[in-house]
Design a protein around this ligand. Structure first.
Ligand code: SAH
Length: 343
């Protein structure tokens, strides 16, 4: 059931599109910027838009709704991490996570409900794709999380449920929405998008958003191993993927971060580390080692600390930039996509 059936989500509209809406209602264009500004503040109803005339507010409310999701489940960690299961008006559920870092507060948002990429270690993909989110629904996660925590959010990672490049148009809309100075005004360098490696979209992204950070989920040192855990590797070959990423660094002058979930007995051997190092050496690459989040119903175990440390050392001694992702919210555990499955 859709609680807002027949209405449109006003959070999906860019300022120039809102101008057209306003013009259609016979009102002055400058109202669009006012409304866009209010929406970025996280208002939940049109009547909160104090400087917008009441008749216009009423007209808008007839045709549009402010699509902020409802938090149907919430987990808070002692380290400040807040994980939310959000539900949109049509019942679609997704997860977002608020995290505190030294450099500021960050949110991890979802781009789709479910996912069709099929990575074998991931919880989000277990039931396939439910539906893609709109740009406004990505923005809505940031606004709802800020309302909920009362905290500013200065960094956004699109690393929640879904494959953002499988929803490229709406991802672009989201970036344009959150970057617009009339609204949230977030700097492009404060956004990171993570992809499982859809090559044509990486090229497009380098052209469209050269300032937005790119992370690529690699999780293996070669094609054979990558194919075992990531079906997408069968479509986009390992060598071609790395070649595209190198081209990305040349085009944008910016590094690519490679995510590497370290899985016990699968990709954590010193040989794997050496092979990965040989592929990463000598260009603007950065490896982010992620201790695997164990997912119920998946066979994989997280690699032990010793093998992660040894893995890191091998990369370092080969001159490869490497970090180990800090584990946040370990007391609320649940790998991404698990909150939705355990409802
Ligand atoms: N579809 C995108 C973004 C979503 S996932 C992508 O593939 O990059 C964000 C990151 O978490 C990806 O690197 C993904 O491979 C990783 N991931 C998924 N399940 C995981 C798990 N159980 N443990 C650790 N990392 C995981």
């Amino acid at each position: 059931m859709n609680k807002e059936a027949g209405k449109k989500n006003i959070l999906d509209y860019l300022p120039e599109e809102l101008e057209a809406v306003i013009a259609e209602l016979g009102e002055k264009k400058f109202r669009a910027a006012q409304i866009f500004g209010w929406l970025a503040k996280g208002v939940t109803g049109f009547d909160d838009m104090k400087n917008v005339p009441a008749p216009l507010r009423a007209e808008l409310a007839e045709k549009y709704y402010i699509g902020l999701p409802e938090a149907v489940r919430r987990q808070s960690s002692v380290d400040g991490t807040v994980k939310c299961l959000f539900e949109f008006a049509d019942g679609t559920q997704i997860e977002s996570v608020f995290m505190k870092y030294e450099y500021g507060n960050s949110i991890c948002i979802s781009s789709q409900s479910g996912c069709r990429m099929g990575c074998t270690f991931c919880a989000s993909t277990m039931d396939g794709l439910d539906r893609s989110l709109t740009g406004g629904e990505m923005l809505a996660q940031v606004l709802a999380m800020r309302n909920l925590t009362g905290e500013d959010i200065g960094h956004i990672v699109v690393m929640g449920m879904g494959e953002p490049f499988d929803n490229y148009e709406e991802l672009s809309r989201f970036i344009n929405l959150i970057h617009d100075k009339k609204g949230y005004g977030l700097g492009l360098r404060n956004i990171t998008v993570s992809t499982c490696g859809l090559i044509p979209k990486i090229r497009l992204f380098a052209e469209d958003f050269p300032q937005v950070n790119l992370a690529v989920s690699l999780h293996a040192p070669n094609q054979k191993l990558r194919e075992q855990t990531m079906p997408v590797a069968k479509k986009y070959d390992y060598d071609a993927l790395l070649k595209t990423c190198r081209e990305y660094t040349v085009l944008t002058g910016r590094r690519v971060t490679f995510e590497y979930a370290v899985i016990d007995g699968v990709n954590d051997s010193p040989e794997c580390a050496k092979e990965l190092a040989s592929r990463m050496k000598g260009w603007l690459s950065h490896v982010n080692l992620i201790p695997l989040n164990e997912v119920r119903g998946r066979k994989y175990k997280t690699a032990n600390e010793k093998s992660v440390a040894a893995f890191k050392k091998i990369l370092e001694s080969n001159g490869v930039a490497v970090t180990v992702r800090r584990t946040l919210g370990s007391d609320i555990d649940a790998a991404c996509g698990q909150l939705r499955r355990n409802r």
